[in-house]
Design a protein around this ligand. Structure first.
Ligand code: 9MG
Length: 283
């Protein structure tokens, strides 16, 4: 299966992604610490430099998030999230030729981000917050719908599935229907199994192994496994020692037909993805 067998172009605002090859999305976190008193402009410059480096290394998307989705992370207010994300979207869209992805569940951030030049809404809550699906539809942007049971603050307490692959597939299908009913064109929809979100190690491994089952939904897949605990749990590695495990999964994800890999280590992942794609493209 190639990067996308059913759709070759993903419209992302003023840009279009060619899905006949896999893409790398670089992660740019706009955390509370990075905008602490007095350092706001210096930190913004550092984040811009980091984004520019990721683009130079081959990232065609940059994912900007102002609210951490780690288990137990604090909820961030709407204004705070806007203050973190909006200046970065504005700066990135002025300076870089890249699709800006908004890692947000907040309708106001979707609307303002779209106005400032974002091309994709990446919502780990799959547009389930009040007003989110309507806000996303009104932007006309591409959306990434990710599977998650519960909320980031509670999700790892006791994840339970009868059949994780079927349940993830059914959830994503139901969210696609909700999006279609709200007026989001099917061609604007990406799907994501949500590795690490309310899933045990066995759930993550099984879902990864059978990721190809999600192709029945006929939508491009985005996969995020970079530095996640499923790598740490299998290999016994700390967060900063998970690159090799992440590259193995990136190559496997391409082989299973994923179109976009969300990662921290762009240059290394580009090599892994290009190599895997070269092999997978040979008849
Ligand atoms: C924001 N975020 C963190 N992990 C993610 C993942 O696996 N997929 C997507 N779409 N977003 C993620």
């Amino acid at each position: 299966m190639s990067a996308s067998s059913f759709q070759t172009r993903l419209p992302c605002g003023s840009r279009v992604l060619d899905l006949s090859r896999p893409h790398v999305m670089g992660i740019l976190n706009v955390t509370p610490d990075s905008f602490s008193d007095g350092g706001r402009f210096a930190q913004r410059d550092a984040a811009l430099r980091h984004a520019a480096e990721m683009v130079a290394a081959g990232a065609t998307l940059i994912d900007i998030g102002g609210e951490s989705t780690r288990p137990g992370a604090a909820v961030v207010g709407e204004q705070e999230e806007l203050d973190r994300v909006a200046p970065m979207v504005e700066a990135l869209s002025a300076e870089l030729d890249v699709v800006i992805s908004l890692d947000t569940s907040t309708p106001a951030v979707m609307l303002e981000g779209a106005r400032l030049g974002a091309g994709l809404i990446n919502d780990v809550r799959s547009l389930r917050r009040e007003g989110a699906v309507e806000a996303a539809a009104s932007t006309g942007l591409a959306v990434c719908l990710m599977h998650m049971q519960g909320e980031p603050s509670t999700m790892q307490s006791a994840p339970y599935y009868r059949d994780v692959v079927t349940e993830v597939r059914d959830f994503l299908q139901a969210r696609m229907v909700a999006c279609r009913q709200a007026g989001i064109p099917v061609d604007n929809i990406l799907l994501d199994p949500g590795f690490g979100f309310a899933k045990s190690l066995e759930h993550n491994l099984r879902l990864f192994r059978h990721m190809g089952s999600l192709h029945v939904l006929e939508r491009p897949l985005l996969v995020g496994v970079s530095r996640k605990s499923m790598i740490g749990n299998v290999l016994g590695r700390a967060v900063n020692e998970r690159l090799a495990g992440g590259l193995a999964l990136a190559a496997l994800a391409v082989e299973k037909g994923a179109c976009i890999l969300r990662v921290h280590d762009v240059a290394e992942t580009m090599d892994a993805v290009r190599m895997a794609h070269a092999v997978c493209s040979i008849e």
